[in-house]
Design a protein around this ligand. Structure first.
Ligand SMILES: [Zn+2]
Length: 131
């Protein structure tokens, strides 16, 4: 599959336990993409991993592709899918309360706990639902 969209140059590392299992260990590194435009979507398997998010994998090779907010055009695409990763920096780590001891924080990256992320998501969804 191929994708296009408005790709941010800042990456997020998610340390939640679902992502640790999904990636095989360590965080999921992802970039935010607005207006995700997929080619080869018939090869994608996607499933709800929570009340608000979907995860997508390649049906052929099992590669981790992205997670996205349900019914919205914002996706967090796995860094490994980018053809060119130059210029990318990790600026945010989320669900840091689940980060394993063996994985040190990125210097200068914002650190957000599960409680902070859930509050941020609730505020975002509330704002989006009003517009
Ligand atoms: Zn996660």
């Amino acid at each position: 599959m191929r994708f296009k969209g408005d790709v941010q140059e800042t990456a997020q590392a998610c340390h939640c336990t679902q992502c640790q299992r999904w990636t095989g260990g360590g965080p999921l590194f992802a970039v935010r993409v607005r207006d995700l435009d997929l080619t080869g979507a018939e090869n994608i398997h996607s499933y709800a991993h929570s009340d608000w998010g979907d995860r997508a994998v390649c049906q052929t090779c099992g590669s981790t592709l992205y997670w996205k907010l349900q019914d919205r055009s914002i996706a967090f695409v796995a860094l490994g899918l980018l053809d060119d990763q130059s210029g990318i920096t990790v600026t945010e780590e989320i669900f840091v309360d689940f980060r394993p001891d063996w994985f040190p924080p990125f210097e200068g990256a914002a650190q957000r706990t599960e409680a902070e992320m859930k509050a941020q998501l609730a505020a975002f969804l509330e704002k989006e639902n009003q517009t």
